[in-house]
Design a protein around this ligand. Structure first.
Ligand SMILES: [Zn+2]
Length: 244
């Protein structure tokens, strides 16, 4: 699967040598693979980005390049939070997907590239028993700073291939969802018990959740940041699977 291993020195030790339990997906926000490689190999230091890295990069044609050994801590998540953890880099694998970013987000991702993402993630899931609810967007773990890999990333398709989780809202109780919708504190604590940072405003959490699990609100089928019964039912459906 891995066509190349490119050694850089943008890594350190995982805190307390923890076993990684998460996968964080990103887009590179570069015009192509070469531009990303220049940053990861330290030939191009972008001041506002600094020295960064990820374990794997998936090019537009689906080719996978590894930059950091899996046992090491790559530098991809920055200030972030999930399920009580703040040092997400120590607890995760970073997978970067070559894509120019939100100015081109509606173009989506090539089929072959997603095949590559599925392949590398399935490898990590198998080797490290990564749980489906711990395969996340950068925007899930840093909702106030990040929007990658964006609302056009095919989360449902990758979940169908064993990477992550997609909510089946028919499994959630509408009455409970309606009650929570009128009870923002209760709703926020449900988002927090799924993993989202409870220190953030509810609308910021909701927008991050929708970018992953209800992306049609960004295509005109709703208002990003404003939860509906469908939003809450999806959260309940996910929580039920996680709590099983
Ligand atoms: Zn990112």
């Amino acid at each position: 699967m891995v066509i190349e291993f490119r050694i850089n020195d943008h890594y350190d030790r995982r805190a307390d040598d923890v076993d990684p339990s998460m996968i964080i997906l990103h887009y590179t926000q570069t015009k192509d693979f070469q531009a990303l490689d220049d940053i990861f190999m330290g030939r191009n230091v972008v001041p506002e980005v600094g020295r960064v890295s990820a374990h794997y990069v998936v090019d537009v044609n689906g080719h996978v390049v590894q930059y950091v050994e899996e046992k090491h801590r790559a530098w991809h998540a920055g200030r972030s939070y999930w399920g009580g953890m703040r040092d997400i880099n120590s607890h995760s694998f970073g997978v970067e997907i070559v894509h120019p970013g939100h100015d081109h987000i509606e173009e989506g991702y090539p089929f072959e590239q997603i095949e590559g993402v599925i392949e590398v993630c399935r490898h990590l899931v198998y080797e490290y028993n990564v749980k489906p609810w711990n395969i996340l967007a950068h925007s899930d773990v840093a909702p106030d700073r990040k929007i990658d890999p964006g609302e056009f990333f095919p989360w449902q398709r990758v979940a169908d291939h064993g990477v992550g989780i997609w909510p089946d809202e028919d499994n959630a109780d509408a009455g409970t969802a309606e009650f929570l919708l009128g009870n923002p504190d209760g709703l926020k604590s449900h988002f927090a018990s799924y993993g989202y940072d409870p220190d953030l405003p509810l609308d910021v959490i909701v927008m991050a959740f929708q970018r992953h699990f209800e992306p049609t609100v960004f295509y005109g089928d709703g208002s990003p940041g404003r939860p509906t019964v469908r939003t809450v039912k999806r959260l309940l459906a996910l929580s039920a699977v996680k709590g099983r």
